[in-house]
Design a protein around this ligand. Sequence first.
Ligand code: PXP
Length: 243
Amino acid sequence: MSDKPVLHVNVDHIATIRQARGTNEPDPVYAALQAEQAGAEGITVHLREDRRHIQDRDLRLMREMILTRLNLEMASTGEMLEIAKKVKPDMVTLVPEKRREITTEGGLDLSANFEDLKKTIGPLKERGIRVSLFIDPDQKQIEQALKLEADDIELHTGEYANQKDPKLVKAQLKRLKIAAKFGHELKLKINAGHGLTYVNIGPVLGLPHLRELNIGHSIIARSVYTGIYQAVREMRALIREGV
Ligand code: PXP
């Protein structure tokens, strides 16, 4: 088995283009199948409360059609829990969600939402669905993730991705490394994502114990020029071979 992390491609923004016109193209289900053919080990979608991109129908069809793994990102709400129980994705990643945000703006605050998250995590795990928690790379959050009996944590790489000053980039990487090591010691599986691109992915691949990467916008942006098959192959080559 390769020691490199696997690539989960987030196809939300194919749906963003479709929703811009309210038609039926481009179809994120077709994109997910092409991403798989190009070597993606999993497909990630975020079903938002406001349905701004992925629709319930996309999720249902992907569950039927994709051959790898389906990772459903969702907020911890009663409505989403019912959908997840019905659709049974391979994995649920719980994320914070604000209506007015352009994209997910930070990790979950596990302490502040502890009881609420417990009510969502329990029923998912009872149904054999793996649960990952999207968190900032902080020790306190990781300890809470263990208490919540999460299987995985997804470390938020957005702050790393946003830095321009090399010193600050280095500091964020260090923070991610410490968090990955600490999470692994607590026997949590370590994933990462948000804001990762063809340009900034390199140093992230040096994080210890990294199992899965969730990458969306950068791949979909490149796919506008190259097609999604080629865009996924190029990201995968970067992850696997560093080229
Ligand atoms: N991981 C999580 C938890 C996310 O919410 C998102 C965005 O939907 C991603 C990864 C992918 O981020 P990006 O589109 O910036 O690659």
